[in-house]
Design a protein around this ligand. Sequence first.
Ligand code: C2O
Ligand code: CU
Ligand code: CU
Length: 533
Amino acid sequence: MKKILSITMVLFLINSIKAQNPLLIPPTLTGPNFNLTIDYDSVQFFPGHFTQTAGVNGPILAPTLIINKGDNININVNNQLADTTTMHWHGVHLPSVMDGGPHTVIPPSTIWSPNWTGMDHASTMWYHPHLHHKTYKHIMMGITGFIINRDAAESTLDIPRTYGIDDIPLALQTKVMTANYQINTDMGERNMDTMFIVNATRNAYVDLPAQIVRLRLLNGSLMRSFNVGLSNGADFWVIASDGGLLSSPVQMNRLLIANAERYEILVDLSSLQGSSVDLMNYGSGIPTGVYGTATIGGMGGASIPDYGNNPLNGTDFKMLTINVVSPTVNAITSIPNTLVTINAYNQNNVDENRTVQMSAVNMGPSGNINGPFQFNGTPFDMNIINEVIPLNNTEIWTLTNQSMIAHPFHIHDVQFNILEIDGSAPPAHMAGWKDVVLVPSNMGSVKFITKFEDYADPIIPFMYHCHIVGHEEDGMMGQFTVEDNNTLIVDHNNINKTLLKTIDIFGRETNANNQLFFYIYDDGTVEKKIILE
Ligand code: C2O
Ligand code: CU
Ligand code: CU
């Protein structure tokens, strides 16, 4: 009874809060050279209370990086945290050594300088830390940035693209807070992510012009899916998914957006000048099995610790109040009929089929919902390369989910085309380029096709993982190398050189007991030894 009363109180408080804080819009940096410094700072989520945060070139979040296709990008990432970290360019197609995965560390007070050539379609991507066992902490502290990729195909379209005016990035996130107004980075309490923020702003409002506006939605939260809609019941048009524009706008009324997914939507504010409309999370419509729904039970009513005490679960709440003001000159006033041509991968030229089974480590009722989870019966191990993929392979991956919670599966290096979700073709807004897909719970399945092109590296792997970061940190991750079979590192039949040492994937000398290690020879050659699971 007491519990029910307090939940009701919290709900009342949430509903009575007025939008009062101007939406923070991260500044942009335009390439090709970028200087990024990660450091601690603080913000006042609650007036008068300083909350310690971390951010890039500012107290929280990070500048939006504008990248043009074909640019030769150089980035300096200066880590001023007390922790080692990494910086991962989520969605970007680049060499694995530049990808900023868990193997490519940036120790405190050092600068990491990746470089690559922009090859991505015009799209909304993002960047965040990815050090294994610190990813949750560093994102939760505030480190999240947008990447806006631009290309020629997008720039000829009649769609909004004036950043901060009619083209607005929106990072949807939640935080777990302590009673002392500090960010709680204890993963054990991850299910009490009760504070919603958009672009690090509580109770946010933004003034937008009475015309078509473009919202770049990122679910940057660590656990939760959102079910986006407009408070006036109006439809909106999805124009892009994770890796690029769709072939044509898809008219929708609700949009489920899982962790790390991005969708760009067009909203028609033309007739609303002088009034307001709210961007809502319709949590009451989130399907069972998806984190954010009211009840995530199953298997005899077992549930996630604290889940029922989190007032955000299953509720409808305001994410952003849009106050509609006068239109700009050269306003976009109509929704285009078509967007871009998508050259999807061809199912007739498949080199390999792989399967990824998602399961709980302990198949008991609570394990089935709260984890830890694993892929193919094996928790993540930094020293095991799970898949070795020949360069230029076209592959179909089939993901099946044996647990009672939906998992947003993400793969680095590539964009994919979804072939099937639970045996059916994907809905139109998911039929373009994707790097995250929510795999439905309880024997749900997803099939996608992709191609591993351009970048081979036998040493540094790319990752694939659940983007519910608590699940990832608990071991729901695997890694793959892309290897070019035409360039053998060493000729095994003709070794007339001296073995100098054996090192592990971190460069530490090892006695070769690891599953993955390297022989370093006196003539400078390296031989890799992998023991596949
Ligand atoms: Cu958003 Cu492996 O990353
Ligand atoms: Cu990624
Ligand atoms: Cu998961």
